[in-house]
Each structure stands twice: as C-alpha cells, then as structure tokens.
Design a protein around this ligand. Structure first.
Ligand code: SF4
Length: 351
C-alpha cells in the first residue's frame, strides 16, 4: 500500500474540494469520476478533457488500481450460475463477493465489513469475528473488480455479503452515492437492496419511510426468545419494535420491505411460527423471502442447526401465501460453494 489517495475512496464532494484546493475547477471532479466509473478508464494520463497539469497532479497523488482477485469458485445450476470471489484490498484484508447470473440479471452480493460483530448464531461470517469496516472504495471496487473479470455489467446489487451494512452506514451510503448515480456506475436505487439484522436506531436515522433503496430485514423468528437466541441484536431492538417500524411504513407495491427468514429445523420452522408472523405483519407492507438454512460442509460454528426438510419449507410457505403474502423461497444459488446467505467467510476459497 503506498501513500497515494485511493481514487475510489473519494466522494464527488471530496474530489471537488481537492480540485478547488489545487487551483482547478470543481467540475473537473465530475469529469474524472465519469472517466473512472462510466468509461472505466483508470489511467489519468488518458483523460483527454482534463487539463494536463491536473492529470499530472492526479497521477502523482492518486492510485486507481483495482482490488486483487485472490481466488474464485464457480457453480452452475439449471437456472443460471454463481461465481464467488475472494477479493484482497490494499492492506491485505480480504472479503468475499458473489456474482449470481440468473437470466439477464447479474446480481452482485457485496460485503460491507471484514467479518461482523452482530453474532448471529446461524451465520458463518459471525464465526470469524469482526476485523474492520470496508471503506466506500473497497465496497465500490468489488463491483469494478468483478466487472473487469467478467466483462459484463452488474445489473443488481444486494448488500448481503459479509458484515452488517447498517453498522457501517457512512461508508455504505458514500458508496451508494456513486453506485446509484447515473453519471457514474448508474445502478438504479430500485435495483439495490440493503439488508439489515434490524439496527433500529440506524433505520430511524435513514428516514426508513422515504429510503430510496430497497430494505430487507433479517427476522428469522416470530418471538423474542427465539430471535434473541439466534440474533443477539434482538435484545437491544426487540421484535415488536422492529415490526412497528416496518408496519408504519407507507404502503408501496413496488417497495415492500422484504422479510428475510432463515428456516432452521425445529427452531423456527413450525406452522405456529408462520401463524405469529401472519399476525405480526400485513401483506400490504411486507413480502417474505424464506431461506432454508445454508450450512457449510463440516461447519463447526453451526453444528447445532439443521436445514429443514422440503415438506416443512413448503408448509411454511403455503401458510404465509394463503394469508395473502408474497413469498419466495431462496434455495440459495452458490450453495455448493458456500456463497449463499450467511455463508460468507473470508478465507482461501479452496481451504
Ligand atoms: S447474518 Fe449478517 S448481521 Fe448477522 S452475523 Fe451474519 S453477516 Fe452479521
């Protein structure tokens, strides 16, 4: 890692301030960012509409190298394919990203932290502890690095990789300003989902009612005892408070809150749990995404949890659907390469 600024860590405002401080025009910042994010040109000397002294200044003070792909793993199934990347950042820290190809959609699952401090009991990432937050540049560079590898544009983003995005909301929001800006990376907010374990204080500060990106809340239980066992965050932000916030959101057909629910055999997969969920939420406000537990082969961390059988999953889904909810079941793509929800754990992939 050298002492130069990493260009991907700079917001438009920060780059404008830099340009102004060096005696250049503020609008040069947008030109630079268009070259980088729209044209994918990472060589300052070739940015032809920028004054030569600024190009030289940038080359002397900024680094525009992509992150390094350390390892990949690929899987195909009937519906599409998945590729898991182990990406190394400038300080040697690593995180995983998963590209899911399904029909014309290319969804990239991004990490927001190295590890996670939320301690969810069903999650492989929590077993590795917390190392650090990713910077906005490290979040953005996952997209650029993967696109550089495949040659294809990512169409959708989900923050469901390693880490709790709302625990690093400053850098996540900073990255989203560039990712969703149609002058730069240009992925529309309706194609971006920010997932959370339910940090109510941050959800409130984001003005949840008006939030421009889709929100997915990991619920995973229908009562406080079970949820607190699975998700320690519930002790601070109990399920009824989370439900009240979600139920208070203005109804919007296009932007219902997604309730993520990892189904674990004998823990939260009974019909009585579905009945409680039906009482807790309205079909006008939420849709359910059921995720039968993804368990990494030989996982020690998840040794006490089992994936439910298909009949239990079907029954749970039917109960919710009959009550009027939209329900999907995510038999996670990338499961055999441990790239499904709650399975990301930065390591050498083949280890
Ligand atoms: S499920 Fe998400 S919030 Fe919970 S420990 Fe895993 S990465 Fe963190």
């Amino acid at each position: 890692m050298n002492n130069k600024y990493w260009i991907f860590d700079k917001s438009q405002k920060e780059l404008e301030e830099y340009c102004a401080a060096k005696g250049f025009k503020k609008y040069n910042a947008e030109q630079i960012m268009r070259w980088i994010y729209s044209c994918r040109l990472f060589d300052f000397s070739k940015m032809t509409d920028i004054p030569k002294p600024l190009r030289e200044n940038l080359a002397g003070n900024f680094n525009a190298s992509l992150s390094e792909i350390v390892d990949t793993q690929y899987e195909t199934d009937a519906g599409g394919s998945s590729k898991k990347y182990l990406i190394k950042f400038r300080d040697g820290g690593t995180a995983e990203s998963v590209l899911i190809n399904y029909k014309k959609r290319k969804t990239l699952c991004l990490s927001s932290q190295i590890g996670c401090r939320m301690g969810c009991a069903y999650c492989e990432t929590s077993g590795m502890g917390f190392t650090r937050n990713l910077t906005s540049g490290e979040i953005i560079s996952q997209i650029l690095t993967v696109e550089n590898d495949t040659g294809d544009a990512v169409t959708n983003i989900v923050f469901m990789g390693m880490g709790e995005p709302l625990d690093n909301i400053g850098e996540v929001e900073k990255s989203l300003d560039i990712i969703s800006n149609d002058k730069f990376i240009g992925i529309a907010p309706r194609k971006i989902t920010v997932s959370t374990c339910g940090l109510l204080n941050v959800l409130n500060s984001l003005n949840f009612n008006e939030y421009r990106y889709k929100i997915a809340v990991s619920l995973n239980a229908s009562d406080n005892t079970t949820r607190s066992m699975l998700m320690p965050v519930n002790k601070k932000f109990p399920i009824e408070n989370l439900a009240a916030l979600i139920n208070g959101k203005k109804p919007s057909i296009h932007n219902k809150t997604t309730i993520e629910y990892v189904l674990i055999k004998g823990i939260n997969d009974g019909i009585e749990n579905a009945v409680k969920l039906i009482k807790m939420f309205s079909p006008a406000k939420v849709k359910f995404n059921l995720i039968p537990l993804n368990k990494e082969q030989n996982s020690i961390h998840l040794k006490n949890f089992e994936r439910p059988d298909d009949a239990a999953v079907d029954n749970f889904k039917s109960k919710l659907a009959k009550a009027g909810f939209t329900v999907t079941v995510r038999f996670s793509k990338a499961r055999s390469i441990n790239g499904g929800c709650g399975q990301l754990k930065a390591k050498t992939i083949n280890s």
